[in-house]
Write a protein that binds this ligand. Structure first.
Ligand code: NAD
Length: 411
């Protein structure tokens, strides 16, 4: 579905809405609608069979006014420089909404990791890191995991930079293994933030989180953690999906069992027996209280937004809802907690990781989680108050805050 939606145009349309509310100077609007830097790299990797394969990758830095740039690295066959630019722009607003001193960036490599051996993945990662090191660094641009990458990939990137600099450089990436300077709580941070945001939204809407029915699209890092924490807090997760399909059980799905025995395995979660197998479209239209789209962009569109039954949508993924879908959901009275707020927990704890690395002083998990929760709740309250002040929706309110903070720093 994402192939049919121009996500960069979608990001620019969202910026244009905020620009109108802020009466933003035209020139400044133009500056903010474009990335500061984009690099495209084509690099060779010698595969296990001895043949050379060339891969295309990108690193895009959107804005550096508030600090070094920060953003994940995605390995996926459908990425392109335009989508990577949209994702970098969203990172700029996200860091500003939660008020951490970063601008936005994103990187990606066009690759299907399922087709690579571990050795090939390592070689690809180290070569990509070398290619982008002209703009990436612990004081300039700090990558993190995203779709298709993980702590191991971050460890290889850190090691490549450390080899080139001659000293250990943990601050160059976040989302690393704990043994290499990673932070307690980072793996769960995005999903934890999603659940904190959902809890705050429930409070505002007078809904009970305890006993609420939840549907989660995408069962990777973000979706599986959000599902587990929602379940721990008394919600019943009735539907989940991964790239292979979706499953439903109105009495609830066993999240820990799905994570431990099915997720990330060959067949994926649809191998779990005690449930109905449904399509992605059916999943989004399930009878539930909360929907956490936590997979890829442009999943809730003008075509299917009318079918959504959830009262609350909390965006774990980046850009899962298109602007036309936003209008439909808003008209139907469905609250959408936007990605730039809802999934900011990841970058907040990445920021904590970076601060710990630069100071060589590490925090307990409890301290990390408490600081994360405080920032999420405070940011939610600011966005909610701005929404009421301007009589608008949560996305526009978040953009008003984020874009204003960046614009103020850019002039
Ligand atoms: P991941 O690779 O760990 O998991 C992605 C999940 O989505 C997998 O279960 C995959 O099977 C599933 N998926 C892919 N295509 C799908 C489709 N068409 N339908 C249903 N499921 C599909 O990635 P992640 O780190 O969990 O990231 C998920 C989303 O959250 C992405 O949009 C990412 O940009 C965003 N995000 C991630 C973080 C983070 O800290 N990891 C932070 C902020 C935002």
């Amino acid at each position: 579905m994402s192939q049919h939606v121009d996500v960069l145009q979608m990001a620019r349309d969202q910026l244009a809405v905020a620009a109108r509310y802020l009466n933003l100077d035209e020139g400044l609007h133009e500056v903010l609608s474009r990335p500061k830097r984009q690099i495209i790299v084509n690099f060779p990797v010698v595969m296990d069979n001895g043949e050379v394969q060339v891969f295309e990758g990108y690193r895009v830095q959107h804005n550096t006014s508030r600090g070094p740039t920060k953003g994940g690295i995605r390995y996926h066959p459908d990425v392109d420089v335009s989508e990577t630019t949209a994702l970098a722009m969203w990172m700029t607003w996200k860091c500003a909404v939660v008020n951490i001193p970063y601008g936005g960036a994103k990187g990606s490599v066009k690759v299907d990791t399922k087709l690579l051996s571990k050795r090939e993945l390592e070689k690809l990662t180290r070569r990509f890191a070398s290619e982008i090191n002209i703009i990436v660094g612990e004081r300039s641009d700090i990558p993190a995991p995203d779709i298709g990458t993980n702590a191991q990939v971050m460890a290889w990137i850190m090691d490549t930079f450390s080899m080139q600099s001659g000293y250990t450089m943990p601050g160059v990436v976040t989302g690393k293994p704990l043994e290499m300077g990673g932070s307690q709580g980072r793996v769960e941070a995005t999903g934890r933030g999603v659940v904190v945001a959902a809890g705050e939204a429930c409070r505002m809407l007078g809904m009970n989180f305890d006993g609420a029915k939840v549907v989660v699209q995408g069962f990777g890092n973000v979706g599986s953690v959000a599902a587990r924490l929602a379940e721990e807090q008394g919600a019943t997760v009735v539907g989940v999906s991964d790239a292979r399909g979706a499953i439903y059980n109105p009495n609830g799905l066993p999240i820990a069992e799905l994570s431990q025995k099915y997720a990330g395995r060959d067949g994926g979660i649809i191998e779990y027996p005690d449930c109905d197998k449904i399509t992605n479209e059916e999943l989004l239209a399930l009878d539930c209280d909360m929907l956490f789209p936590s997979a890829i962009s442009a999943q809730i569109t003008g075509e299917n937004a009318g079918n959504i039954k959830a009262k609350l949508v909390v965006e774990g993924a980046n850009g899962p809802t298109t602007p036309d879908a936003d209008h439909i959901l808003s008209d139907r009275g469905i609250m959408v907690v936007p990605d730039v707020l809802a999934n900011a927990g990841g970058v907040v704890v990445s920021y904590f990781e970076w601060v710990q690395d630069l100071q060589n002083f590490f925090w307990e998990e409890d301290e990390v989680n408490k600081k994360l929760e405080r920032i999420m709740k405070h940011s939610f309250a600011q966005v909610y108050a701005t929404m009421q002040q301007h009589k608008t929706d949560m996305r526009t309110a978040a953009y008003i805050i984020g874009v204003k903070r960046v614009a103020d720093a850019t002039v």
